[in-house]
Design a binder for this molecule. Sequence first.
Ligand code: FAD
Ligand code: SF4
Length: 551
Amino acid sequence: MPTILPTRHQPPLPLDKLILREPPGAEAVEMDVLIVGAGPAGLSCAIELARLGQRARESGSTADELNIAVLDKAESLGEHNLSGAVVNPRAFRELFPDLAPADFPFRQAVGAEAVYLLTSRRAQRIPTPPTMHNKDYYTASICEIVRWLGERAEGLGINLFTGFPVDALLVEGNAVRGVRTTPSGLDRSAQPGAEYAPATDLTAKITVIAEGTRGLLTQAYREWQKIGAANPQLYALGVKEVWRTNRSLDRVIHTLGWPLPTDAFGGSFMYPLGPEQIALGLVVGLDYHDASLDVHHLLQEMKLHPLFRTHLEDGELLEWGAKTIPEGGFYSLPERRHGDGVLIVGDAAGFVDVPSLKGIHYAMQSGIYAARAIFAALREGSESASALASYDRSVDDSYIAADLYRTRNMRLAFKNGFFAGGAMAGLMTLTGGRFPGGRISMEEDAAAPRQVSAARPFTPDNVLTFSKLDAVFKSGNATRDTIPSHLIVGEEISAEIADFYTHVCPAGVYEQVNGRLRVNAPNCVDCKATDVLGPRWTPREGGSGPKYRLM
Ligand SMILES: Cc1cc2nc3c(=O)[nH]c(=O)nc-3n(C[C@H](O)[C@H](O)[C@H](O)COP(=O)(O)OP(=O)(O)OC[C@H]3O[C@@H](n4cnc5c(N)ncnc54)[C@H](O)[C@@H]3O)c2cc1C
Ligand code: SF4
């Protein structure tokens, strides 16, 4: 059987465009602290930092109020955020000690929960693995969490600049001095059109990279500064839908097995979001072996299984979306997450525990630690790496590192398939992570060979199952048709590679037409899966991409 090696066809990271050694423009906006990304990590960092300043002034400090800005590429807060989500409220409690869980932007407390092993027709309930218990947690929409955190941040005087994608880091020597945003109003051939607005430079003493999964700035900063990790970061792609239901769900459900092949790592989730809505999704590790595996199509097929179908029939698809998850865990954490004038927080740093599918509270907690380190450093009048190193120490001494260490080899065990991985993961749980000892070493996802095979035919019924184009419509994506492509495609893309890309992308961006690759770039929902396995993703004009409300 012919194979494809994705890494061979992937263009290099455009480092010279991402790390700019030029002085900021004369019109540059000056801030004390810049935060790139208004997700839970970035917003928690901003809120904690503003509060620290507020408390210091209340107790007599004469220091000036900090000028803090959070930039996000989405047109409005939350529109580019996607999660499951079952939330561990721990970091919420730390950030808002005066509030009760009922005040937090959650949909409902987790009641019962169940894990099933699926075959194409049956669902066998299995004991819930300890890593998957969700007692005392809450289901939520991350879009709602982000909007709620944004309101708190605005109330504290933080500047929220939405619709401002960051295109590059401005650097001087080894230090990060600020960022440059994307220009807007370019035509298809990247020439200024009637609505053209040039890029904006923003400078700051400290820049926090909170750009989430498969961050471009993080990749560039790490490559530039040669910051390694024991293992490369690994990713999964999650495709998710929110449905209005007439048959409410009384429990949090996770499944393993079908519709995934046994040599792929992943599983599904179905969560109640109050009595009338359900979130469901499928998450698949991007080191799968079959070149025609298509996560969107597998999710569509999965909804026809009685376990899901019962809750979806007579309902309505409200929203669709997709996003990658960093799932390498402890051994993929960058050796350092701080540098001169810069810190990396949340998913950008890889703080996700995949066995429990949790990242929100780690993202928030890392943002809180970053804020404390920044506040202390600025008080000392320094923004150097050594002044900011306390951030890494706080993370390493915290439950973030402890949790990820406990499950350090669990995802990695699945590189040899579902059954071998499942058996090893069971032993790891029993031994508190000590089995098998040492580190299971991994290659990056793009280095896993793919076997070329014929794709299974898929015809949507437009009732329970939908094409990629209809799905993108449900993401609210309203990107201008005439913007230049933001995807950098490698050279000499054969029909086989083009076909592989059409399956990787859940949003129908890639098509194979007469053996050649066609790129429908405006369809992109910024999930970053092809940045992991194929064409490079770069930021495009502000407000492009999805407009999630419920994800
Ligand atoms: C399918 C799925 C299910 C999940 N389920 C759960 C769950 O049940 N529980 C849980 O705890 N976690 C879950 N997670 C993980 C969780 O969602 C993440 O860990 C969490 O959202 C990370 O927060 P963050 O702030 O680091 O990144 P994000 O939430 O991704 O926020 C990053 C922000 O940066 C912005 N951004 C990116 N690049 C740029 C740029 N260049 N310029 C400007 N802005 C930029 C983005 O628009 C975004 O708003 C799930 C993830 C997925 C994908
Ligand atoms: S082109 Fe966009 S939507 Fe498609 S896989 Fe890449 S990032 Fe995701």
